[in-house]
Design a protein around this ligand. Structure first.
Ligand code: BES
Ligand code: MN
Ligand code: ZN
Length: 502
């Protein structure tokens, strides 16, 4: 989708569909600002506009060059946030689809928002909402006549075109990075074996100017990644471990921020096999953490964020093949610790532990992992937000607060779960240093507690099992892969590179 910003009079905007947002409590006043595009007939039909969030009407102006006009509500003016703008703009996509618009105009609301949302933030939110809602995964559709989405989006700004351009450009890069992550998640498992996933990352790195280094099985063995190798044993496809690096000259940090993404390209559960219905059938999404890390690396490179960031992706599938790892088995991990495997379906933590342990070699300032780690996170929080946890100690509450704030700004929200010491004993094993499951109670916390054994630096864990994959569409999130985590982490890292006063 091509994006441009213009300040020409609205009336002259030559598009198939012009989207104008109106607040719930100021419909009249808002419409007055758009009098130039509202001829008498349209003005009368506009009486049916309520301004309620995501509601809207489609009108046919005579005095404007736009073929159609959609008036879409953004809720009460005083309560409008970036998230309301994303949702309202996404509602505009429904109209664009209905009339198969090729070119769409999107007017940045002027009044009301000033002082709370600046033009840059508003324009970013509007373009994000529009592009994210216009995403379609059509790779496996053989019909040709499906809607391909608008080719061109013109953002209209009354005067602050520079700020709007910055916001729109950032939104485009972010949305395209989210598309990358969604595409990877939606890909059929046979097209994203660990080796094919690594190839896709190499292509992305080359295209956007960051580094990617792919380890093969021999190197993984040499490095002693016992957790990754154990999970991989039931598979016919070898594992990969991919190291991505974005180290710009003007980086503000010497020691990197390391991102780790769970890359289980398909999770059958292994010998502790999952039931198919409602469970295994969604497990192509078990690499959503990895997909998000790839999306983040693309965005960092394209936005030229002055931050040294490393991405690590341990990848394998989890299958019950002949040589599969078995319950009762003791595995020696990369760190040297031993793990008693009591459930082969708790495989994510096995491969993440090795990546987290390897991350120490960077002496990182901070490590953040993203993983579709536990069904318990879905039980606790649904698909509305991710669970966030951090190791206790210096800076812990500050880290959590910053991640939560990035969640509120980006609309990709997170909610904390406690990491009290009391949970530690649930992982004690009679035969090894620890066991890989802690029982049903506090399942997301014991999973994080397991990972904590392999961490020796400030660390944030994001369990994205809920929001990373949807069975039913949500505003600007389609069914299937959502790309959750890309915008959250870019927002977090932008703030991290240039901390603002709070
Ligand atoms: N990939 C799953 C977690 C998951 C569940 C992600 C639902 C997305 C939606 C993970 O590998 C898993 O199987 N976890 C087990 C852990 C248990 C055996 C301790 C779970 O949550 O049941
Ligand atoms: Mn599993
Ligand atoms: Zn899994």
């Amino acid at each position: 989708m091509k994006i441009s910003v213009t300040t020409i009079p609205l009336r002259e905007l030559d598009v198939d569909l012009l989207i104008v947002l109106v607040p719930e409590d100021g419909v009249e006043a808002a419409l007055a600002t758009f009098r130039e595009v509202l001829d008498p007939v349209v003005a009368r039909s506009a009486a049916d506009v309520s301004g309620a969030l995501e509601s809207g009407v489609l009108l046919y102006p005579e005095q404007a060059r736009a073929r159609r006009l959609a008036l879409v509500g953004m809720g009460p003016a005083a309560a409008v946030t970036a998230e309301h703008l994303r949702r309202a703009s996404a509602a505009g996509v429904d109209f664009a689809e209905k009339v198969k618009a090729e070119t769409v105009g999107l007017a940045v609301p002027e009044a009301d928002l000033a002082g709370r949302l600046d033009a840059e933030v508003a324009s970013q939110a509007l373009v994000e909402g529009f592009m994210l809602a216009a995403y379609r995964f059509r790779r496996y559709k053989t019909e040709e006549n499906a809607w391909a989405g608008p080719q061109r989006l013109v953002v209209h700004s009354a005067g602050e075109d520079k700020a709007c351009r910055r916001g729109a450009e950032r939104a485009r890069i972010l949305a395209e990075s989210v598309y990358t992550a969604r595409d990877l998640v939606n890909l059929s498992p046979h097209e994203k074996t660990p080796t094919l996933l690594a190839r896709a990352i190499e292509r992305s790195a080359k295209k956007y100017g960051y580094e990617a280094d792919v380890w093969d099985k021999a190197l993984i063995e040499q490095e002693g990644m016992g957790g990754l190798l154990a999970v991989n044993r039931g598979s016919t496809e070898p594992p990969t471990f991919t190291v991505m690096t974005w180290r710009p000259e003007q980086a503000v940090n010497d020691r990197p921020v390391v991102l780790v993404g769970k890359g289980v390209v398909f999770d059958t559960g292994g010998l502790s096999l999952k039931p198919t219905e409602g469970s295994m059938e969604f497990m192509k999404s078990d690499m959503a953490g990895a997909a998000a890390v790839v999306g983040v690396m693309e965005a960092l490179a394209r936005l030229e964020l002055p931050l040294y960031v490393v991405g690590l992706i341990p990848a394998t599938d989890n299958r019950p093949g002949e040589n599969a790892y078995v319950p009762g088995e003791v595995v020696r991990m990369h760190s040297g610790k031993t793990v008693e495997v009591l459930n082969t379906d708790a495989e994510g933590r096995m491969i993440l532990a090795d990546a987290l342990s390897y991350a120490r070699t960077y002496r990182p300032e901070l490590v953040i992992d993203l993983a579709t780690l536990t069904g318990a996170a879905v039980v606790a929080l649904g698909d509305v937000c991710a669970a966030v946890m951090t190791n206790e100690g210096e800076g812990a509450s500050e880290r959590l607060a910053r991640m939560q704030a990035a969640g509120e700004r980006s609309g990709e929200r997170v909610h904390p779960l406690p990491m009290f010491e009391d949970y530690d004993r649930l992982l004690e094993s009679p035969v090894a240093d620890l066991k890989n499951i802690g029982g049903r109670a506090a399942g997301s916390i014991t999973a994080a507690k397991f990972l904590e054994h392999f961490v020796a630096y400030p660390w944030i864990h994001l369990d994205i099992a809920g929001p990373s994959f949807l069975k039913e569409a949500k505003p600007y999130r389609p069914r299937g892969g959502t790309g959750f985590g890309v915008r959250l982490l870019v927002e977090f890292l932008r703030d991290y590179a240039r901390p603002r006063k709070r």
